[in-house]
Write a protein that binds this ligand. Structure first.
Ligand SMILES: [Zn+2]
Ligand SMILES: [Zn+2]
Length: 265
């Protein structure tokens, strides 16, 4: 007997083409996950919830509005066309939407691989974006928000959106996954980047339980510092910065904080 998910899936693939699902469908899922996960952090800032806030500063309503309007414009004019033009690459590599679904082991293996690949590409691309010319003309847009708030995760120059998009779709494009894997990957990647920019470090944040996971504290440091000194370039994990020594300032600060906390005790 088909599960509810399989029934819903059959409805989708019988009524929409692969192209429509992979482009417009992906766009709708991306927008829903992005705004639904980002808006609560925006509200927390609006309501002045400071208990777990990493920085003391808050963004003004005008700065928050500017971010949302720019995002809507870029998502429609850059992200959507990118999803449309990348479809042939997915198709060529064996992308499919038909039932049966892939096994959960395949889905998990592919998503973990995509995270590792994306983190590697992002790390090097991000380091290049921090060179003088590229920072001034491209990456400084993303750094306009020195106090990030979830939705700022995708606030960037169109050229950077294309680069980020490339890093995100590279894994799926070379492996041709099932559509459900693609949607799951996109959703967890969006949740991860929104969390990294949320501006709050909670006692239940994943980074407290998984040391190789960067999270909000790790990336917030990157936004607080001057572009030449920031470090912490990786998107998801901490090991690339550790291997290449670009997290020294962050580690020093963490060690100092630990010492201060011990003195207070
Ligand atoms: Zn940066
Ligand atoms: Zn950022």
């Amino acid at each position: 007997m088909a599960s509810a998910l399989e029934t819903a899936w059959l409805y989708l693939i019988n009524n929409f083409s692969d192209f429509q699902l992979a482009s417009l469908g992906s766009f709708i899922i991306h927008e829903s996950v992005f705004f639904l996960s980002g808006i609560p952090y925006l509200m927390m800032e609006k309501w002045g919830m400071t208990k777990y806030k990493i920085q003391g500063k808050m963004n003004t309503p005008a700065a928050q509005e500017k971010c949302i309007l720019r995002l809507l414009l870029y998502h429609t004019c850059v992200n959507l066309p990118l999803m449309v033009v990348s479809y042939p690459a997915f198709k060529y590599m064996g992308f499919r939407s038909t039932l049966p679904f892939p096994s959960w082991k395949t889905v998990l293996f592919q998503i973990v691989s995509y995270f590792i690949l994306e983190d590697f590409i992002f790390y090097w691309g991000h380091r290049v974006l921090h060179t003088k010319w590229l920072y001034k003309h491209v990456h400084s847009v993303h750094h306009e928000y020195a106090t990030p708030f979830g939705l700022t995760s995708e606030y960037a120059h169109p050229a950077e959106i294309l680069f980020l998009g490339f890093a995100t779709i590279f894994g799926p494009a070379i492996t041709g996954p099932h559509l459900i894997t693609l949607w799951l990957w996109m959703s967890v990647r969006v949740l991860e980047t929104v969390e990294a920019h949320c501006g709050y470090d909670f006692p239940w944040s994943l980074s407290r339980f998984l040391p190789i996971y960067g999270g909000a504290d790790f990336h917030d440091y990157h936004h607080r510092l001057l572009f030449t000194k920031s470090g912490n370039y990786a998107s998801t994990f901490t090991y690339m910065d550790w291997i290449f020594g670009t997290d020294k300032g962050y580690r020093k600060l963490k060690a100092l904080k630990c010492e201060d906390a011990k003195k207070v005790e």
